[in-house]
Design a protein around this ligand. Structure first.
Ligand code: V47
Length: 392
């Protein structure tokens, strides 16, 4: 696979885009110009999704060549107790309900200890909103992880969890974040954004943060010096215009703060949820979503194809539809598996490397903030020096 599209490739992509009425959008992309919201809607509606994929792949290769990032991580969902009653969620339990659990800080430490023989660099720690947990609990679980594995990067707490933590701390988030950082928090994941539109919020998750609150919280996180990821939950009751509105709001936030590292479109999994009558997205919908994300979010460095949610074959394809990252080894995942995911709970590092190679890409193990840990491309720097990322 060629790292950068030569002129003939550009001509081929332009011709395919022109044939489906996207010639002007292709020209903007080749010139590095920002796409408008209307352009975004046209990308979603294009008769030929492969034209959109080719365009997104062009941008992906302009930014990252053939590199495909992964990490060695472990997920810990410290509680499934939640009071938000989101209709898309199969993970939540009410206090006392069968299957409800809360891990103690010692149990979190045990989960980290169990993986000490693996070269894990990140723990991804997210959970439900259980109002009884005191502020000290959140500090303690971060400290517990760091005590067992001091060099581990704690990527923890979505924006809704951070709002809850600040509420329990009885002080503004801007004052809470330095204490979480002091305890060992390294960055924040991108979950919980869903679809920002008030209509969908009202219908699907009205007890949760609004879109505006998600954005305001993320801004505060970035102002505290932490990076975060961002997501969009697609394939349920949202419209194309609502998706574009969501992407545009993320793009504006990024213009302002520069704190977003990676965008992850999250495919709705309907099983065991209140929306189980909805079909969820097809594999083609998922690939198109990644491609539109790559094209619209011109200021977000990375696009992640989360293999747990997509399956490994679709994640492999995604590496030519705009994605440059596949997440990591994971170890234990509950949110998607409760909602019917058929993927394994973990993948071995060597397997991850092999299936990235099989997809025609060059595997690069990164840490959470994209320092290179190991690379099949020996010219890349390793930890301590940021991976070379050309901005598209
Ligand atoms: O916050 C919940 C969503 C998120 C369902 O930042 C569902 O690197 C689909 O955010 N079907 C958790 N989606 C996953 C997440 C994530 C995953 C991997 C990497 C990163 C990162 C973040 O999943 C939740 C919610 O938005 N979700 N239930 C469902 N049934």
């Amino acid at each position: 696979m060629s790292a950068l599209s030569p002129a003939t490739d550009i001509d081929r992509i332009r011709a395919r885009c022109a044939a489906t009425g996207l010639g002007d959008i292709a020209d903007k992309v080749f010139a590095g110009e920002r796409l408008s919201r209307e352009d975004g809607v046209r990308l979603y509606r294009a008769r030929d999704p492969f034209a959109v994929g080719m365009l997104a792949n062009h941008v992906r290769e302009r930014m990252h060549g053939d590199l495909a990032y992964f990490n060695v991580n472990q997920h810990i969902n410290y509680t499934n107790v939640c009071n938000k009653l989101c209709r898309f969620c199969a993970f939540q339990r009410l206090p006392g309900q069968e299957g409800a659990y809360v891990m103690t800080p010692d149990e979190v430490a045990t989960k980290i200890r169990e993986q000490l023989s693996e070269p894990v660099t990140e723990v991804h720690m997210v959970a439900g909103i259980y109002p009884k947990l005191p502020y000290s609990y959140y500090l303690d679980i971060v400290r517990a992880a760091k005590a067992v594995r001091p060099d581990i990067h704690v990527k923890g707490f979505t924006m809704i969890e951070l709002m809850q933590i600040a509420k329990r701390a009885k002080k503004p988030l801007a004052e809470v974040l330095p204490e979480l950082i002091e305890a060992g928090l390294g960055s924040c994941p991108g979950g919980g954004a869903e679809i920002f539109a008030d209509r969908v919020h009202e219908e699907g998750y009205h007890l949760k943060n609004t879109g505006q609150q998600w954005i305001d919280t993320a801004r505060t996180v970035h102002q505290a010096g932490l990076k975060s990821n961002c997501t969009m939950l697609h394939g349920h009751i949202e419209t194309i215009e609502e998706r574009i509105d969501h992407l545009d709001k993320l793009r504006l936030l990024q213009d302002e703060t520069g704190g977003l590292q990676t965008y992850i479109p999250l495919s709705f999994h309907p099983e065991n949820t209140e929306w189980s009558h909805l079909p969820g997205p097809t594999a083609l919908d998922e690939l198109r979503e990644l491609a539109v994300g790559r094209l619209m979010l011109d200021n977000v460095p990375h696009i992640k194809a989360y293999w747990i949610m997509l399956t490994i074959p679709v994640a492999q394809l995604a590496l030519t539809w705009g994605a440059d990252d596949v997440d990591g080894t994971v170890v234990e995942e509950k949110i998607y598996h409760d909602a019917g995911a058929s993927t394994p709970q973990r993948v071995a590092r060597a397997e991850l490397v092999q299936w990235i190679r099989d997809a025609g890409r060059v595997p690069v193990e990164r840490d959470t903030v994209y320092n290179v840990v190991w690379s099949a491309d020996e010219s890349l720097a390793t930890v301590g020096e940021a991976a070379p990322v050309a901005r598209g």
